[in-house]
Design a protein around this ligand. Structure first.
Ligand code: CMC
Length: 395
């Protein structure tokens, strides 16, 4: 009954209007609030980009100082959260832990439950961006049995995260600026990407009027999947397996397996629903990868070489050419993260950290629209027609 269109996977349905991000998938163009990603990646730091995404424009010097101060002064989490964290097994996947911790934040900030007030929405948004690095570093420290390192307000957002991850109470942590810059760029490149699966999840979840911590926890859960944010972890595992099996020599065999649909093997870090050209983020990520590896004396990194060889083979192959499959952001990000010491299982959590600003901005955009509606798709029913329930002994 009623008129609606059938569009599984939202192949042709716009679920909302938004003024945050523009993608031209055929050209391989990505703009945050009108600014090209290529310029933002080299001219801005992550918190400037967060300001841009949330507030609509880049900060001037005073606005930047204020915004940095605001975020860095909300990085602590309630001590009780440690008790909650310690309920997890130490070998839990960090995304399992993160889904729980982010959702748990709503238990600590009761003002988040009343989203009708803008000041409540604003402070919850800042808390989410500020606390995500702390939660992820806590989850990591717990998994390796080391003490938690508290945030330090005089460090940049990214340096602070690195120190919480890799510092320990026995010695002073010295931030490597190349590493800091590379991670900051990873954050910028992952910050926002219009109506992808996790962002659409945040919008749909948030459309019921639930609190932002619950809505973002739903986004984290969605991001975890290998078709989405989990692809960075899966791409690195794929490269490592390929390397162990013989590296470049095994490429033709591997590519043949990917092309054989019955194998179920996909080229992870390749393909995109929107980009039918080179993902501009993948290009920037490849450059960052080269810079970081050189700065760390790892220019001969066999995984990077293998990734580039694999990309070349794929881009010359009819299967990938005809389907317009190009490297996406996840193809090279794992190699950068690995080089800076981030364990593979944490890659998707890093993506979540960076995407939090996008989720929050999209959620705010939706909630502040006076005409927003609960998201409630329809379906094509394919089940039984109406029938009568027989008595138990007669079934
Ligand atoms: N390897 C091999 N074949 C592929 C791949 C791949 N990575 N991606 C797509 N194809 C094939 C697919 O089998 C289909 O072939 P056919 O036309 O013969 O049926 C065709 O290309 C179109 O693909 P699709 O699955 O219909 O496209 P989609 O828009 O539904 O899926 C995708 C997009 C990203 C889920 C998919 O490309 C994929 O699974 N890629 C690997 C996982 C990955 O890297 N994900 C990260 C996405 S970017 C970061 C993010 O935003 O999360």
């Amino acid at each position: 009954t009623g008129m609606f269109t059938f569009d599984p996977g939202f192949m042709s349905t716009a679920s909302c209007s938004s003024s945050i991000t523009y993608i031209d998938g055929d050209k391989g163009e990505l703009l945050y609030r009108g600014y090209p990603i290529e310029q933002l990646a080299v001219k801005c730091d992550f918190l400037e980009v967060c300001h841009l995404i949330m507030k609509g424009d880049l900060p001037d010097e005073k606005e930047k100082a204020d915004f940095d101060h605001l975020v860095t002064h909300h990085t602590m989490v309630n001590e009780q959260l440690q008790t909650f964290l310690k309920g997890f097994r130490r070998d839990a996947h960090p995304m399992a832990v993160l889904t729980g911790l982010v959702g748990a934040l709503s238990a600590f900030y009761h003002d988040s439950l009343d989203i009708t007030k803008k000041e409540h929405r604003d402070i919850s948004s800042i808390r989410l961006i500020a606390k995500m690095p702390t939660l992820i570093a806590m989850a990591y420290k717990y998994s390796v049995g080391q003490p938690f390192i508290y945030p330090q307000n005089n460090l940049s957002y990214t340096a602070n995260f690195l120190r919480m991850m890799f510092g320990n109470p026995c010695e002073e942590y010295v931030v490597n600026e190349v590493v800091e810059r590379a991670l900051d760029r990873i954050f910028i490149l992952h910050a926002e990407h219009e109506q992808n699966a996790s962002t659409s999840t945040v919008r749909l979840c948030g459309s019921s009027g639930t609190n932002p911590f619950a809505a973002i926890a739903a986004g984290v859960a969605c991001l975890w999947g290998p078709a989405h944010g989990g692809a960075n972890e899966a791409a690195l595992q794929m490269l490592e397996e390929l390397l162990a099996q013989g590296g470049v020599d095994k490429l033709p065999e591997f590519v043949a397996k990917v092309k054989d649909k019955s194998s179920g093997v996909k080229l992870m870090g390749f393909g995109h629903r929107v980009y039918k050209n080179y993902d501009p983020r993948a290009k920037l990520m490849q450059e960052t990868c080269r810079e970081v590896l050189e700065a760390l004396g790892l220019q001969d990194d066999p995984l990077f070489k293998l990734a580039m060889a694999l990309e070349k083979v794929a881009l010359e192959d009819e299967y990938f050419v005809s389907r317009k499959l190009y490297p996406n952001v996840d193809f090279y990000s794992g190699i950068v993260q690995r080089a800076i010491g981030i364990p593979t299982s944490l890659f998707t959590a890093i993506f979540a950290l960076a995407r939090t600003v996008g989720w929050v901005a999209q959620w705010n955009e939706m909630i502040s629209d006076p005409d927003y509606k609960i998201g409630r798709p329809r379906q094509l029913y394919t089940g039984e027609t109406a029938r009568d329930v027989a008595d138990l002994n007669a079934r």
